[in-house]
Design a protein around this ligand. Structure first.
Ligand code: AR6
Length: 207
């Protein structure tokens, strides 16, 4: 049930340079969702084992958007670590909806969880694939005992997913599956996506 969910906002240092207004939604005494505008490459929780989620592609060797920014900030060791992830079939290290983990190298965050969201297609079940990307990212974090995870708006850039539909999938999936994680953060790059996410969170995570 939703008993105990409470929203509050504050100026917070969590997220370092990434944070302006951080809006908190407490799901339980030990688990929270936090939403902020910012650059995910700058995000970390001081002194903790933490992870940022990279909205990658199936090859996992870098690209544009957040993926490009994350590789740029992490340094060339990240590409080497990604290259070493075994292919499940030629050219595919991480199938759509799955997740893989590497160190963060020069990033402030200690780990990168690479996941692949779907390319938006109104005529296929992309919502299930997008939900899998969030759920499997949390599962990989849990397996490594990582308690703090930051997500961008997976599939909302190059992959063309409409923001409102993506926000519904992202927030409901995280709400359902973040039980064993202390904090799931959304670090959103643009005002428009931040505003859509906040509105949807207030709808789906009521007081
Ligand atoms: N911090 C947070 N969010 C960011 C940042 C950043 N530094 N930079 C961009 N975003 P995208 P996708 C936002 O395109 O749609 C790549 O080429 C961006 O504004 O990064 O899942 C990969 O290699 C958008 O809201 O990822 C894949 O081929 C969101 O992050 C493909 O793009 C996601 O946009 C993946 O496409």
């Amino acid at each position: 049930g939703n008993a105990g969910i409470r929203a509050s906002s504050s100026m917070s240092n969590n997220g370092g340079d990434a944070g302006k207004r951080v809006v908190h939604f407490n799901l339980s005494p030990t688990s929270a969702i936090k939403i902020q505008k910012g650059d995910i490459t700058r995000w970390s929780i001081d002194g903790s084992s933490d992870a940022i989620v990279n909205p990658a592609n199936e090859r996992m060797l870098g690209g544009g958007g957040a993926d490009g920014a994350i590789h740029q900030a992490a340094g060339p060791e990240l590409r080497t670590a990604c290259y070493d992830v075994p292919e499940v079939r030629p050219g595919v290290r991480c199938p759509t909806g799955e997740a893989r983990i590497t160190p963060g190298f020069k990033l402030p965050a200690s780990h990168v969880i690479h996941t692949v969201g779907p390319i938006y297609d109104a005529n296929s079940n992309v919502a299930a694939l997008l939900s899998n990307a969030y759920r499997n990212s949390l599962r990989v974090a849990r397996e490594k005992n990582i308690q703090y995870v930051a997500f961008p708006a997976i599939s909302c850039g190059v992959f063309g997913y409409p923001f409102e539909e993506a926000a519904t999938v992202a927030i409901s999936t995280i709400k359902e599956h973040c039980n064993d994680i202390k904090e799931a953060h959304f670090v959103l790059f643009s005002d428009d996506i931040y505003n859509v996410w906040l509105k949807k969170a207030e709808e789906l995570l009521p007081n």
